[in-house]
Design a protein around this ligand. Structure first.
Ligand SMILES: Nc1ncnc2c1ncn2[C@@H]1O[C@H](COP(=O)(O)OP(=O)(O)O)[C@@H](O)[C@H]1O
Ligand SMILES: [Mg+2]
Length: 265
């Protein structure tokens, strides 16, 4: 399946809904994820962003609507299943072992070995060189891949996680608020690697509540508010100013802005 622009559609979300008990976390949400494009999911706390990506990542199941992977309807029963479909997710609280070296974290569970049977050993040399090359291939220069992951900055950890997904052949890369806890400079670096992953042909889903982070790298912007989609716009159809305005709740913001200026009346 290809779009009019020629990009392959990797995931399609159609009128998806999800309730937790009596809480409607998502309702009638639709969007697409295409190869070589970035789909941004924007919204305030409680908008349903994490719920949506947990459905894509196999953590939760939708109870309405449908999810299509390369044109076929699917329903993941576990994160493992989503991963087998090439959907890699990087959570905000990265599942890394802080005392473990960067390269061990890079492989985590799929380390290269030498020998076989009871004579199998971790191939440290290979592990280190593969990690270094994969990071360098993404333009990430880490002096020492033997250093504990805990010594990396938040931004560097996100970058390593992105390089890892690219290296292990992910088709879809989901990033849940990768820039939320970062300063301006580090956020810029992470966004650069988001763009790199996109340029490698991955379909990226970028969750953020910051339109200034989403706009420069995004191709499509899905705005969520209290579980509903306010709209899904292609970049050509929405300006940063309009996106920011919609994010802020449009008219709702005008009253406080007016009060903040200290205008009379
Ligand atoms: N596991 C859960 N059980 C019950 N309610 C939940 C659960 N996860 C999320 N919610 C509720 O669903 C709504 C959407 O949450 P969430 O998807 O985490 O939003 P966001 O990531 O945009 O902040 C919120 O009202 C939240 O309280
Ligand atoms: Mg969230």
């Amino acid at each position: 399946m290809t779009s009019p622009e020629g990009a392959r559609t990797l995931l399609e979300v159609k009128d998806i809904g999800k309730t937790y008990g009596s809480v409607i976390a998502l309702r009638d949400v639709s969007t697409v994820v295409r190869a070589g494009e970035v789909t941004c999911v924007l919204g305030d706390n409680g908008a349903g962003k994490s719920t949506l990506i947990k459905i894509l990542a196999g953590v939760h199941q939708h109870d309405r609507g449908s999810l299509l992977s390369e044109g076929r309807e699917i329903r993941f029963s576990s994160p493992r299943e989503a991963l087998d479909h090439g959907i890699a997710t990087v959570y905000q609280d990265l599942a890394v072992v802080p005392l473990m070296s960067v390269w061990r974290n890079f492989f985590l569970g799929s380390e290269p070995t030498v020998g076989f049977g009871p004579f199998r050993f971790l191939d440290r040399r290979k592990g280190r060189s593969v990690t270094r090359e994969a990071l360098a291939g993404m333009g990430i220069d880490l002096r020492d891949v033997e250093q504990p992951v805990g010594t990396l900055s938040g931004g560097e950890r996100q970058c390593v996680a992105i390089a890892r997904a690219v290296h292990f052949g992910a088709k879809v890369l989901i990033l849940d608020e990768p820039t939320a806890a970062l300063g301006v400079k580090q956020a810029g670096v992470v966004l650069k690697y988001v763009a790199r992953a996109r340029d490698r042909g991955l379909g990226v889903v970028l969750i953020t509540h910051n339109p200034h982070h989403a706009y420069p790298v995004g191709d499509r912007f899905l705005l969520l508010k209290r579980g509903r989609a306010l709209g899904c716009h292609r970049k050509a159809d929405i300006s940063l100013a309009e996106l920011t305005r919609q994010m802020a709740g449009g008219a709702e913001l005008e009253a406080p802005a007016h009060e903040l200026r200290g205008d009379a009346g």
